[in-house]
Design a protein around this ligand. Structure first.
Ligand SMILES: Cc1cc2nc3c(=O)[nH]c(=O)nc-3n(C[C@H](O)[C@H](O)[C@H](O)COP(=O)(O)OP(=O)(O)OC[C@H]3O[C@@H](n4cnc5c(N)ncnc54)[C@H](O)[C@@H]3O)c2cc1C
Length: 477
């Protein structure tokens, strides 16, 4: 619907007439948490935050902002790690919140799909699928807060990518509001549809720069009847990959997670995070957390994992291992894995990377990257951990023990650049799952082929010629 243009100053009142005054937030105290990103690196300002309650309201709000030439910043759970949902400091933008778009419109168990609105909390969708005896596999530590719209906009990864793929692969159809306010209904529930460009993929991973996702049709999967998890010590990362191949061969498609943990990360977790316990008696240099899921519930999957670990032990690829005996032990393994993130905060400042290289290249990458950063900052303590089975590591660097945190963080960009250069040598990605946001716009442009940037700019310009949708993020058109 065409909105009568209003001036930027009159916009909050015009938006209130669409969504109701109580859904336009201008109070500075209420706005404040929406202006700072999760890691508190980016501070922004905004005219107001608006919370439409339906896709149609969303379309009218966007049309009104576009008519007033006011930039817009889509915001979901605001858990993104690269500053994508934080407005720029100029205060020109309106924040478009999806919080009230939180309905599951349909769950079709027979079709293995659910049609959900963008503001649904990820954990709520997992529960809805489970209630229908299905699995929605997207899972990440922020799942109690992040929203499916944000997950799709960042093409989130998380813990089950190995088996089920990233957020992108969970989507059959999409509904989105274009930067001029047109509402596109692409909510197809089909597994086969070869009728031209796959437009939904444009919005997935675009971080809100091409439009606002308002709803999606998500794929559901059969619920695994059996889950088994093991915490295994390995002598080095190469051995971890030998174990990975063995587990995959033994359990076919059932390996859902294969996570790497370094001893230093484990030490930090054990020291700083409550309710953590080393599952193994001895200290070892590296660990993997393996999870397999699927099967028929007859215990066969657990036996296959146990056999794979036993065989790997005989060849020296595994030094020791603990198999979870029950759900509590499995949760304890995962708690240890997640504790590494929190524990780093207690050990001082961290310089972070979210990189991917081909799985087979991970050992060689680490052999180059670790000495490189140690040479740049003597005493730095690397904590490379994460999704080894996807070739995606959080190559985080904890400051030297007695260093000044500010002086260490001042090295962030220099260290990032050096690590990313090594990543590029392995044909890797400088942002495996967190996106580009504000943080990596320059680095992204440094590594993408010129023709790729040109194609991205052409798409951006054709959908958003006035650069109103999440400006300053992903690309500078
Ligand atoms: C503790 C923690 C653990 C995490 N673990 C992982 C992990 O394992 N894997 C991983 O991939 N990520 C992880 N993340 C980061 C991840 O990107 C987010 O958690 C999540 O996917 C973003 O969802 P959100 O709703 O919070 O989006 P927001 O932070 O609100 O937004 C993220 C981006 O998407 C845009 N956006 C939001 N909603 C929409 C929409 N409806 N339409 C268009 N654009 C939109 C925003 O403008 C912004 O650019 C983690 C974050 C935290 C805090």
């Amino acid at each position: 619907m065409a909105e009568a243009p209003v001036s930027a100053n009159d916009l909050p009142a015009a938006l209130a007439s669409i969504v109701g005054a109580r859904h336009v937030v201008t109070d500075p105290a209420a706005l404040a948490p929406r202006l700072i990103d999760w890691r508190k690196r980016y501070h922004g300002a905004a005219r107001c935050l608006v919370e439409p309650g339906t896709a149609d309201e969303f379309a009218r709000v966007v049309a009104a902002c576009a008519a007033a030439r006011v930039p817009m910043v889509p915001q979901g759970g605001h858990t993104g790690l690269v500053g994508g949902s934080t407005p720029l400091p100029d205060g020109a933008s309106v924040i478009l919140s999806t919080r009230r778009l939180n309905r599951i419109r349909e769950l079709d168990a027979r079709n293995n799909t659910m049609t959900v609105e963008a503001g649904c909390i990820l954990a709520d969708l997992q529960r809805a699928a489970a209630d229908a005896d299905r699995l929605f596999p997207l899972s990440l530590a922020a799942e109690g807060t992040c929203q499916i719209g944000g997950n799709l906009a960042t093409n989130a990864g998380g813990l089950n990518v190995l088996r089920y793929g990233t957020a992108r692969e969970q989507v059959l159809g999409l509904e989105a509001v274009l930067p001029d306010g047109r509402l596109w209904n692409g909510l197809r529930r089909l597994r086969k549809d070869n009728t031209g460009y796959d437009l939904k993929q444009l919005f997935i991973g675009a971080e809100g720069t091409l439009g606002v996702i308002t709803a999606a049709v998500l794929r559901l999967h059969p619920r695994p009847r059996e889950t088994a998890a093991a915490f295994a010590a390995v002598p080095d990362v190469d051995a971890a990959l030998r174990l990975f191949a063995r587990v995959q061969a033994a359990t076919a498609e059932s390996c859902v997670s294969f996570e790497l943990l370094p001893r230093f990360g484990l030490d930090l977790a054990l020291r700083h995070v409550a309710d953590t316990r080393d599952p193994l008696a001895e200290r070892h240099p590296w660990y993997v957390l393996v999870e397999v899921a699927g099967g028929t519930g007859d215990g066969g999957l657990r036996t296959a994992l146990e056999d794979a670990l036993g065989e790997a032990h005989e060849t020296g690829a595994v030094l020791d291992a603990a198999l979870a005996e029950n759900a509590g032990q499995r949760a304890a393994f995962w708690h240890l894995r997640e504790a590494i993130v929190e524990a780093q905060r207690h050990a001082g400042a961290s310089i972070k990377h979210d990189i991917a290289v081909p799985v087979s290249a991970v050992p060689a990458f680490l052999e180059r990257a670790i000495p490189a950063v140690e040479a740049m900052i003597p005493g730095v303590r690397p904590v490379p951990f994460g999704h080894l089975g996807d070739g995606n590591l959080h190559f985080n660097l904890t400051q030297p023990a007695e260093a000044d945190p500010e002086a260490f963080l001042a090295e962030w960009e220099r260290v990032n650049a050096a690590v990313h250069d090594i990543v590029a040598d392995f044909d890797g990605s400088i942002s495996a799952e967190h996106g580009i946001g504000r943080m990596k716009v320059g680095e992204n442009a440094r590594f993408k082929p010129a023709v790729e940037i040109e194609m991205m700019c052409a798409i951006k310009h054709s959908l958003d010629p006035h650069n109103l949708m999440n400006p300053g993020k992903v690309i500078e058109p």
